[in-house]
Write a protein that binds this ligand. Sequence first.
Ligand SMILES: O=C(O)C(=O)C[C@]1(C(=O)O)C=C[C@@H](O)C=C1
Length: 365
Amino acid sequence: MAMEQELKALRVRIDDLDSKILDLISERARCAQEVAKVKMANLAEGEHPVFYRPEREAFVLKNIMERNKGPLGNEEMARLFREIMSTCLALEQPLHVAYLGPEGTFTQAAAIKHFGHAVVTKPMAAIDEVFREVVAGAVNFGVVPVENSTEGAVNNTLDSFLEHDLVICGEVELRIHHHLLVGKNTKQDHITRIYSHAQSLAQCRKWLDAHYPNVERIAVSSNADAAKRVQSEWNSAAIAGDMAASLYDLTILSEKIEDRPDNSTRFFIIGNQAVPPTGDDKTSIIVSIHNKPGILHDLLEPFRRNHIDLTRIETRPARSSKWSYVFFIDFKGHCSDPLIKAVLEDMGKGSIGLKVLGSYPQAVL
Ligand SMILES: O=C(O)C(=O)C[C@]1(C(=O)O)C=C[C@@H](O)C=C1
């Protein structure tokens, strides 16, 4: 009886707090509606309003994480605010976001992690199609994978940047946990085929060698596609993540089978909008250079001289001529910073071409 009384009193307090939170969230949403009105009222002739402001969102989330005193962890708290902002933005403008599908891919999970659940997500069959959908203006943004901590670059994404003129507006990092999944009719000891995306098969190579050394591994276009197949196919399993498992109603035979526990994938948000600096930004560029001795050293020297932190460098064959290359370089800093501007100018002089793909806030979550 005493416990019942105690619980009742605590629940009264919770109801009271919920009602205060409800009022505050509604007040915040009304504020966002006012923000939209101000943005609409201050447009120059022919200008389009910019509702989504990644630099402001990064500030809000970081601020919440800094001020959070617990007991909820910083990430949990930021995720709650991510969702509040997502719904507030949807009141201003519902965002449409294309991603590398089908439904249930890690790219969809990355899109939701970045924009929250209030966005309308649209699956595309290939990375290039995500780019084309954004270029065509059919969606506001696109989400594409760019690199995995175990398997390296996603070349289709890098190549698409050579063909399309889009801006990188943000990055998302996602911990990738792979599971071995089966449909209702498949037993663990009857598996004859394992489907997944080539990158996912590679990320689980050692585990597969140890547990299913003689089972055929079949690469398909995505791990969500693998999950979809095994829903109805007997004696086959898929390697995919949580979203695909629940979407296609599969049983998890083995959890977290990736070879490296810190296995993560980085995704880019692509759009048409340049993002102002936050003080904690990254910039991505493409540079093409003449092939001559010491050229790569010369290219990178200004970064060393100016203590600019290079975070990634990737090479791809140039489309223009055989045995010539382009470099994809990411570094810390924003292209509007005078120091970065000077370095890029310096680099531009020694190269055939240099293109800034975008400056964007470093991933907060
Ligand atoms: O500050 C703005 O510009 C807003 O539109 C408000 C708000 C928010 O809810 O905090 C909503 C969407 C933007 O992407 C950033 C922030």
